[in-house]
Design a protein around this ligand. Structure first.
Ligand code: GLN
Length: 213
């Protein structure tokens, strides 16, 4: 059930990648969830999740509709936030080291970080790990701040540079793996593989949403 009677409307970008898992997690946290495949489907939303998958595929599918530019316009307009994971982080980043197949395609941008795609290695180098979440950002409800989040890294990007206005909200072995800036929250990892709700809960809080889970 939503907290304080507030039920925020959160879209999940549904072009490619881990769509239904994110939708399920947002529903568990009390959000009113819809799938987004066109710019018009952004109307009326308070926020959007850009799932992990393959950034080049998402950018190509979004291009004919100008969907990533439309997401940026909503961000710039205020009253709208985006949570990006893995490929979502890549598409939100201002800078990409060797963009490769992403070169020439629209991205969302707006997050002052430099990422390196596949920085942790390829599919076979995927791994699960506990990440350390920053206490002041994640301490909420009954979840102690010291609880590590168990998450999955799958062909994950490495965050190589974090801009001055960007907060590191989770680390792995001392390196930044989740960041926040304004109404953008982004992580190199997949929280939906293990079902760890910390990042989604934190995202909803940045939108002024308190979840009851
Ligand atoms: N390496 C992928 C990309 O460049 C991202 C991987 C993922 O989202 N799991 O898009």
């Amino acid at each position: 059930m939503p907290f304080d009677g507030v039920k925020h409307r959160i879209g999940v970008l549904a072009l490619q990648g881990a769509v239904s898992e994110h939708a399920d997690m947002l529903s568990v946290l009390g959000a009113d969830v819809s799938l987004v495949r066109t710019p018009a489907q952004l109307d009326g939303l308070d926020g959007l999740v850009m799932p992990g998958g393959e950034s080049t595929a998402i950018a190509r599918l979004a291009a004919p509709m100008g969907l990533l530019r439309a997401i940026r316009a909503r961000l710039d307009g205020g009253d709208f936030g985006v949570l990006g994971t893995c490929a979502g982080l890549i598409l939100l980043s201002d800078d990409i080291a060797e963009p490769g197949a992403l070169a020439g395609f629209d991205r969302v941008g707006g997050l002052d970080v430099l990422v390196e795609r596949n920085g942790y290695g390829g599919q076979l180098a995927s791994f699960e790990a506990d990440v350390e979440c920053a206490a002041e950002d994640f301490e909420v409800g009954t979840i102690p701040a010291s609880t590590p989040s168990r998450v999955a890294f799958i062909r994950a990007p490495i965050i190589r540079r974090v801009g001055a206005g960007v907060r590191v909200v989770a680390t792995h072995q001392g390196n930044p793996v989740a960041v926040a800036s304004g109404r953008i929250v982004a992580a190199a990892y997949h929280p939906e593989i293990t079902g760890d709700l910390a990042l989604h809960r934190y995202f909803l809080r940045t939108l002024g949403v308190s979840s009851s889970v």
